[in-house]
Design a protein around this ligand. Sequence first.
Ligand code: NAP
Ligand code: BGC
Ligand code: ZN
Length: 359
Amino acid sequence: MHAIAVERGANRPVVVETERPVPGVGEALVRTLRVGVDGTDHEVIAGGHGDFPAGEDHLVLGHEAVGVVEDAGDTRFSRGDVVVPTVRRPPNGSNPYFARGEPDMAPEGAYHERGISGAHGFMSTYFTSPEAYLVEVPASIVDVGFLVEPLSVAEKAVELAYASRSSFTWEPESALVLGNGSLGLLTLAMLRDQFDFDRLYCLGRRDRPDPTIDIIEGLGATYVDSRETPLAEVPAAHEPMDLVFEATGYAKHAFETIEALAPNGVGALLGVPGSWEFEIDGGKLHRELVMHNKALVGSVNSNVRHFESAVETLATLPAWFRDAVVTGVYDLTEFEAAFGDDDTTIKTAVQFSAYEERR
Ligand code: NAP
Ligand code: BGC
Ligand code: ZN
């Protein structure tokens, strides 16, 4: 079968031929429909994040998949069910994080991430998975099922942020998403649909006309250009923010978020930057966190519960948004286009096979 992989020493994806996997006990064989591409894939391809499976010369890419059960084996699924796989797998049998259903909270060394770190991903004609790591998706959203994984990451981070404010009466009115990439825009849409913010903002660094600015404004949010209004100046230019959701991977934003927050506010950090040394006024930021009861929370990955919430969220997002955010779906003959990264590209996917409804 075909797979899209990055080989050791290379920095671009290629098509390779691999063996069709055979499902074991408790596993399903899934025919891959579509697999999305995000900023993490670009970082993995560039060699800045993730790792190859031990002893292998390539890593099959892809962690945002949707597929259809081909062989349900002894699982609870039926042939034809549409499913989305979670990303993390235990490296050596199970461990307490996986046993609790919280692999997203496992420390490094206690997980592999399919398509990212230590385990092959889903960009292949078929993949297998234990049933515990498959979440069913209604056929009505099969075309955009590859958005479930990134949305689940947003669901988890916002849950953690709210949990950090749960010991008092917190009535957030304003939220700012940092980053107008696919994660930022999906989060903005989720915040608009599932929460009750009076005012939403999204920070980017693009000139108009730009498709992401059109989406931001289509969602009723205000576009903030970080070149004109650096993050720390957002309170003066707009207002202090109750919630900040960082999805730029721009390391200074982790610290500037503290200044952008309103008293009692919380910032969720999701970016995965490389090493970058710069100066900060640590005393000022420390005092600001303490004296105004602010919180910063880092968040990575997501578990089955977040995937289930993401399925519900995805089904409610307006069709115009889903159409605008997915800028390209490419089959294997033109897969390289899915890894393009210009200003017209927001979310792309590779299509391995088409969905045909069961009769
Ligand atoms: P992406 O497509 O690269 O999006 C990042 C966006 O941030 C881009 O649109 C970029 O603008 C914008 N940006 C970067 N620096 C900026 C600045 N200084 N001012 C304003 N805008 C800025 O990546 P993504 O897939 O959406 O993911 C976002 C980040 O989250 C990445 O770092 C990724 O690794 C991380 N991530 C983390 C998790 C997790 O579990 N924690 C999950 C998924 C992704 P331009 O396009 O104009 O350059
Ligand atoms: C993936 C997460 C993963 C994270 C760190 C993200 O792009 O969506 O599942 O945990 O990268 O590798
Ligand atoms: Zn991702």
